[in-house]
Design a protein. Sequence first.
Length: 208
Amino acid sequence: MELGVKDREAVENEVIFMVLSEINDKLSGLDQRISKMEESFLDQQESMREIRKPPAPKILKITEAAKVLRISRRKLYYLLDKKGIQLEAKDFAMGVRIEHPQELINSIQYHSPIPNPILPTASYSLVTQSKDRGVFSFCMCPGGIIVPSATGPNQVVVNGMSNADRSSPFANSGIVVSVKQEDKVKVSGRLQDVGTVVCVKEGWNNAS
């Protein structure tokens, strides 16, 4: 009689049961890993699909496009026209900048020729209609100065500015009139439609 020793068949059954149990545990873990891998693959596939998707087109204004390209709006107009890209004209306003003594504006606005240090430097705004055209002041600068703003050769272009204390003895303002697409303008000695001319304003800047 052999003590503590099971018969061969019982030992083989226990070993097989242990092996099968371990295999089952590993297969169960493998299923979970495969499931996670599938989820990760699907997530990556969706991400790649989003990456490959072309971005939605964005419509830029001329000013925004000019900033992106780091060129002036005028040059951008010429570049687009040269490339044969269709440009759509629109009405615009153009005029001159006038300068006058700030004391004159103060006396008109405050109805007194005597300066009053308590009152701020006076400004004004003009709006009227002339021959079915809007005429108005633009960028009025009380106690300001006129500064050159040409962006190219042979141009006379100015702008206005005021310092914080508005201490200049002069005031200035742009006085502009609306220009419509159907207007005829003289460019290089010829009358042309505003809507068919690129950068009409540059020709006027040079002419001034």
